[in-house]
Design a protein around this ligand. Sequence first.
Ligand code: UDP
Length: 472
Amino acid sequence: MNPNSNQLHFILIPLLAQGHMIPMIDIAYRLAEQHKVVSLVTTPLNAARNSESIQRAAESGLQIRVIQIPFECRKVGLPEGCENLDIIPSCDLIRNFYKAMHEMQRPLEEKLQKLSPPASCIISDKCVSWTSQTAEKFKIPRIVFHGMSCFSLLASHNIKLHNAHLAVASSTEPFSVPGMPYDIQIAKQQLPGSFVALPDLEDIRDQMQEAESSAFGVVVNTFSDLEHQCIDYYKKAINKRVWCTGPVSLCHKETKNKFVRGNKASISDANCLEWLNNIKPRSAIYVCLGSQCRLITSQLIELALGLEASNHPFIWAIKTGESKFEDRVKERGLLIKGWAPQMLILSHPSTRGFLTHCGWNSTIESISCGIPMITWPQFAEQFLNEKQVVEVLKIGVRVGVDIPVRFGDEEKVGALVNRHDITSAVNILMDEGEEAEKRRKRAKRLEEMAKKAVTAGGSSENDLSLLIQDIG
Ligand code: UDP
C-alpha cells in the first residue's frame, strides 16, 4: 500500500436526491472511520439539511468536509431554491435540474485545484456524468455509485444487453430476465425508468452510460450474504471492480445520529421515542413511501382507511396533501407530516413491519434492522427490489401492485391500492401464525448477517479496505 495512503482524499459527488445523497453521506462516514479525508460536494440547501449529521461526524473526530457550490437555479430556469429532486415541482424541469448540476463542474474544479490533501479519487453518482471529465483532468480514478442492489444492477444490465424486453408482445406480459442465477420474471411496464423512452432525456442518459464505461469500478450499498451469486455475476458482466460495502446505514449507532440523518425531521426525537416506547414491543407497522413518491388524495384515503381497519399501531410518514386523519388516528397511529427519522424508527424494538415503496435504501435499511416488509413499488427499479424481497429473500408480502406510477402520471394512473388490500397485507405481515413467524425469522437472520458484514472481518468491511487499497 502507498505509504501516504492515510492522506487519501475521497471526493464524494452525489446526485441531489435524498435516496442518493443519504447513502453517500453514510459512505463518507464509513471512509472517514477508516481515517480517510472525505469531501462531500453539495449545494447550500442540501448542506443545511445535513449540517447536523456532518457536525456530529466532526465531533466524533471524523474528517468529513463539505465543498459547497451554488446551484444556479435562475440561470437554468428552475424555481429559486430547487436544489433537490424531492422539491422539483414538475417532471418537465428534470432536464433543467441536470443542467444546474452540470453548472457545478467549473466551480468544483477550481476548488479541487487548491485542495489539501489533493483529491485521490472521485466517487460520484452514476447520474453525474461530467465527473468523469473532472477525474480525467485531475488524473484520478472515478468510482460510480448507483444506489441500487447487485440483483437489480445485474437484472437491468442483462435485460438491456439481450433486449429481453423487446421480445414480448405487450408491456404487461412477464418475461424471464436473462443471465440471472435463478428464474426471475418481470413485465416491461415494471422496468426501471431507463427502459422508458424519454426523448427529452436520451442524450443525458447516453452521457451517463458513456461515463460509466470508463469508470474504475462500482461501489454498491449491499452485502455479500444478501446477494448470493449476483455480485460475482455482476462483476463478470461489467468486467470491473465492484465493492459491496453495505448496509452503509449501520454506520449510525447512536440514536441522535439516526435521528438527524438526511433532513430535519418533522417530529422531535423525544416525541417519536415517547410514542414508540409506549407501545408493546414489536407491535407497530411503519409506513413510508420514500422521499419522491407523491400519493394523490384518493390513494391517501384508501391507505388511511386500510391502516385504521388493520387494528395495529402504526407510524405513517406522509409527504403530500393535508391529512385530516390526525384526530381520528391518534389512539393508535402517529402521523409524521414531512420527514420521518426512518433509521430511528426501523431500529426501535417496537417496530414489527415496514410498508415500503421498495426504494433500495429503505429496503436495505429494513433488512439491516431485521424488519419484514409490505412491498408497494412505485417506479424506478422498485419492482425489481420487490422481486428480491418477496421471491428471493422471502421477507415480504406484496400489496399487489403491478403498474408503475411515474413522476407526473399520478393523477392519470389514479389510486391502485384499495383499503382492503392494505388491511389484508398488514394483517398477513403482522400475524402470529407460522408463515409470518418464518418470515420474521428470515428477516432476523439477515439482520445478523448484515451486522456481521460491517464488523471487522466481515465481507463489507473487507471490501471497504480493498477499495481503499485499490486507490492507495
Ligand atoms: N427517508 C427518511 N425519512 C423519510 C423519507 C425517507 O429518513 O421520511 C430516507 C430513508 O431512510 C432512505 C431515503 O430517505 O435512506 C429514501 O431512499 P429510498 O431509496 O428508499 O427511496 P427514494 O426516496 O429514493 O424513492
